[in-house]
Design a protein around this ligand. Sequence first.
Ligand code: SF4
Length: 202
Amino acid sequence: MKRPAPLRIADLLVDPSVFADTRGERCRLEECKGACCRNGVFLDARLRDTILARADEICGHLPATRHDPAEWFDDERMMHADFPSGEGVATAVLTDPDDSTLDTCVFRRPDGLCALQRTDPALKPIDCYTYPILRSEGELTVDRWSKDELDGADCQRACTPPRPILEVFEDEFVRILGRDGYARLVAAARGGSPAGSDQSSS
Ligand code: SF4
């Protein structure tokens, strides 16, 4: 796809990286075992409160060694408008009991599934749903760093021909931008400037 001029959609400045190709198809959980969850995630402080209020339910989806809610979040905070409450809270990261050379988010289960999502899909942080598409500090971009930080774990399988990130991660873009916003993004990638688009040269 042709790379368009910088533009802004839904208050997000679109980074040109989203118009690139992937290294292949999206991951398969049975292969990666949720590798993108190894470093944990920052989530909104209000969601943390909801998670703690439903701890009993969540414990039913976690190994017995992780049933203490006091150990689910660490002290790291991120005060930023990216979070609806203005405060981001980090999930705890543990040494993976199945591989002591790797870490894991406290909510990532041995089968690679997220205990929050298994309890109630509404409990899973939005940034976990949209990964590797990132909505950060007013920018829409794609993660380009975790592959190196996660010992080669990747959300894109390099064994298949590259395809546009816009195609492979359509669902993730739609979750962030909505269907109309995604259509604008695709039109921009094709060099169009559809009516209603909010283009900016900033
Ligand atoms: S909260 Fe769930 S989806 Fe998000 S990083 Fe942790 S285990 Fe993965």
